[in-house]
Design a protein. Structure first.
Length: 569
C-alpha cells in the first residue's frame, strides 16, 4: 500500500513538474553597452535562453531602428551585427529589416535544440544619443518589452569613453510593461579604482520580468564627452531618413516629361499677324476654348451677348441696375452651331421673356451640356485631338491616385515633411493638368490668328497705322467684335477706341432710360454687371438640403531607443 501511495505521489509530482519543465523562459539577460567617443555604441547582449523540454531551432531578437521625431522620420544606423555562443563560437544567423525593426534570427532550420542555450549578440549603432544644452543622454530600452516569455533576471552595464565626476552624472531606470514608471531593483555607478568621486559608467540590475515586461535605462553625462554630429552630418542623415519627402521633385519631372510628349502643342508659324475677324467664323465661346483650352462662364456670357448682337434676343437692364430681363426676338438659322441653339432654348424654353434671376438653380444643368457641346465641336472641327476637359480630368485623377500610391508605398504620409511633399506633388499635378490638353496643328494656327485678333482689338489709336486694310471703325464693327473682346478679356481697350463714335445704346440693349452720357464704355460697364449677375444666376447649382523628449522628464519603461523583443522558432 505504501508503495502504491509512493508511486502515485511521484506520478502526480511529475505531472505537475512537466509543464514547468516544458515552459520556455530566459534565465538571464545581461547587456553591456560601450559608449564611444564618436557617439556610436557597441552593444553586447548575453541571453541565456531556456527551451526546457521544447524542441526549437533557436531564437529571434528584433530591435526597433526606425522612429518618429517631431513628426519626421529618424532612423538608427546599424554598423554591424554578429552572434556567437558563450565560448565565442559562431552561430548560424540571419539579419533582416522588416518594417521598422532589425531582426536577428539565430539557429539552423535543419537542427532542433532544447535545454539552455547561450546567445551572445553584438551590434554597433549610430544615432542613439540624445543631445541637450548641458548634457547628453542614452535613453535605452535594454531588454525590450516584446518577449513572450519571462526573464528571470536582467542587468546592464553602460561604460563611458572616459571617467566622469559622479556629481556630473545622472541615471535612472524603469521596469515593467510599456509606460511603467516603477524603478529597477538596483543601480549604481562604477567607481574609478583611484578615486571614489569619479565613475567610468553605471550598472543596473533587476530580478523577474514577466512576459511583455522590460528594463529601460536613462543615463546622462556632461556635453563634450562624445562628439556631437556636425550640422552637415545631421542634415545628411535627415535627408536620407526623409528622402521620400522629396519625391515631389521626381513627380514634377515626370509630369514635365509627360507633358513634353503628350501635352505640348505642335509648332505653329511662330509669328502673330493682325487679324480683323475670328478665324473660320468661330463663335466667341469656341474662340475662348481654343485660346485657353477651357470653356468658362465668361465664354457663355459672351455667347449670350453674341446672340443679342445677331438679333435673336434683347437685354433689358432694370432701373435698379442689378437685374436684367431677356426678350426673345427670333430663332437662329438652321445652319447655326448646335451650342448656340441649345443656349437660346435653355434661356427661354417656350417663353419669349425671362428674368435672369428666374433661371437660377436650373440653367447650371444646361451650362454643363452646352460647354460639353463646345468641347466636342472643337474636336470635331479638328482643333483638338481629344476633348480638352476629359484630358485634363483624366490626367488630374490618375496623377493624384499615382501620387497617393507612391507616397503610401514609401510610408511617407506619416510625417510632416512627407505630407508637405505630397501636397506639393498634388499641386504640381493640378497645375500640369491645366496644360495637358494638346492642340492639333490646325488648333495652333487658329490660336495664333486669335492672338492676332486680340492684338487688333487692343491696339492704341496712334499705332493703328501699322495695320493695312483694317476695316472702317463704326458701331456695327464694335458690336460684332465685342463678344470676342469679352472672351479675350480686352473689352475695355476695345471700347475705348469707340468712345467718341458710339453714343447711343444698340437695339439689342435697353438701358431702361439711362442713356445720359451714353458711350461705349458705359455699355461695357452695363455688360460687366450683366456678366456678374449671370455668374450668380446661371452657373451655380442649388445648395444641398443637408448641411525627442528626455527620459528624465516623463520617461518610462519601453521608451527611448532599443527595445523590441523576441522569442523562439
Amino acid at each position: 500500500m505504501k508503495k502504491i501511495v509512493f508511486i502515485l505521489a511521484i506520478s502526480l509530482g511529475l505531472l505537475v513538474a512537466l509543464p514547468v519543465m516544458a515552459q520556455e523562459k530566459i534565465d538571464s539577460f545581461d547587456s553591456k553597452i560601450q559608449i564611444n567617443n564618436d557617439a556610436t555604441i557597441n552593444v553586447t547582449e548575453t541571453i541565456k535562453y531556456n527551451f526546457g523540454s521544447e524542441e526549437r531551432h533557436g531564437i529571434y531578437r528584433y530591435i526597433p531602428i526606425k522612429y518618429a521625431r517631431e513628426n519626421n522620420k529618424y532612423n538608427v544606423r546599424v554598423l554591424g551585427v554578429s552572434v556567437t555562443d558563450e565560448k565565442n563560437h559562431p552561430y548560424t544567423y540571419q539579419v533582416t529589416y522588416p518594417g521598422d525593426n532589425m531582426e536577428v534570427k539565430i539557429g539552423d532550420a535543419d537542427i532542433l535544440i532544447s535545454g539552455v542555450k547561450t546567445y551572445v549578440i553584438n551590434y554597433k549603432l549610430r544615432r542613439v544619443i540624445n543631445y541637450f544644452d548641458d548634457y547628453d543622454e542614452l535613453y535605452w530600452n535594454v531588454t525590450g518589452d516584446g518577449w513572450n516569455v519571462p526573464i528571470e533576471k536582467s542587468s546592464v552595464t553602460v561604460l563611458l569613453p572616459q571617467n566622469v565626476i559622479i556629481k556630473q552624472l545622472k541615471s535612472t531606470c524603469y521596469v515593467g510593461p510599456y509606460g511603467s514608471t516603477a524603478n529597477c531593483a538596483q543601480n549604481g555607478y562604477i567607481l574609478n579604482s583611484s578615486s571614489d568621486t569619479a565613475a567610468s559608467g553605471v550598472e543596473y540590475k533587476h530580478g523577474l520580468l514577466n512576459a511583455y515586461e522590460g528594463l529601460t535605462i536613462v543615463f546622462g553625462w556632461p556635453t563634450g564627452i562624445v562628439q556631437k554630429p556636425t550640422q552637415e552630418q545631421a542634415i545628411k542623415d535627415f535627408l536620407e531618413d526623409n528622402k521620400a519627402g522629396f519625391v515631389f521633385i521626381f513627380i514634377g519631372l515626370a509630369c514635365f516629361i509627360f507633358w513634353l510628349f503628350k501635352g505640348k502643342d505642335p509648332a505653329g508659324r511662330g509669328t502673330i499677324i493682325a487679324e480683323y475677324d475670328a478665324p473660320e467664323g468661330l463663335s466667341p465661346a469656341e474662340v475662348g476654348t481654343i485660346i485657353d483650352e477651357k470653356t468658362e462662364k465668361k465664354d457663355i456670357s459672351a455667347e449670350i451677348i453674341n446672340l443679342a448682337v445677331k438679333g435673336c434676343l434683347k437685354i433689358q437692364r432694370q432701373r435698379t441696375g442689378k437685374s436684367f430681363t431677356l426678350f426673345k426676338l427670333k430663332e437662329l438659322p438652321a445652319e447655326a452651331p448646335g451650342h448656340e441653339k441649345k443656349l437660346l432654348t435653355a434661356l427661354f424654353g417656350d417663353k419669349t421673356e425671362v428674368k435672369l434671376s428666374d433661371l437660377k438653380d436650373d440653367f447650371y444643368k444646361d451650362f454643363a451640356e452646352i460647354t460639353n457641346d463646345i468641347y466636342n465641336l472643337s474636336v470635331t472641327n479638328g482643333y483638338f485631338p481629344k476633348n480638352p476637359k476629359k484630358v485634363r480630368f483624366t490626367f488630374l485623377i490618375l496623377g493624384i491616385i499615382a501620387t497617393v500610391i507612391i507616397y503610401g508605398a514609401l510610408d511617407a504620409l506619416q510625417t510632416t515633411i512627407g505630407q508637405v511633399s505630397c501636397t506639393i506633388s498634388g499641386i504640381i499635378v493640378i497645375i500640369v493638368s491645366r496644360f495637358m490638353p494638346k492642340k492639333t496643328e490646325k488648333g495652333v494656327l487658329a490660336k495664333e490668328q486669335i492672338l492676332g485678333l486680340k492684338e487688333y482689338l487692343t491696339v492704341a489709336e496712334k499705332d493703328r497705322i501699322k495695320f493695312h486694310n483694317a476695316p472702317e471703325k463704326n458701331p456695327e464693327l464694335f458690336e460684332k467684335l465685342l463678344p470676342y473682346a469679352m472672351v479675350l478679356g480686352v473689352e475695355t481697350q476695345w471700347a475705348k477706341q469707340f468712345k467718341d463714335i458710339y453714343n447711343e445704346p444698340p437695339k439689342w440693349y435697353d438701358a431702361n432710360g439711362d442713356i445720359s452720357h451714353f458711350n461705349s464704355l458705359s455699355l461695357i460697364n452695363g455688360l460687366h454687371t450683366f456678366s456678374s449677375q449671370a455668374s450668380t444666376s446661371l452657373y451655380t447649382a442649388p445648395a444641398s438640403a443637408s448641411s525627442g523628449s528626455s527620459g528624465f522628464s516623463g520617461g518610462g519603461s519601453g521608451g527611448g531607443f532599443g527595445g523590441g523583443g523576441g522569442g523562439s522558432w
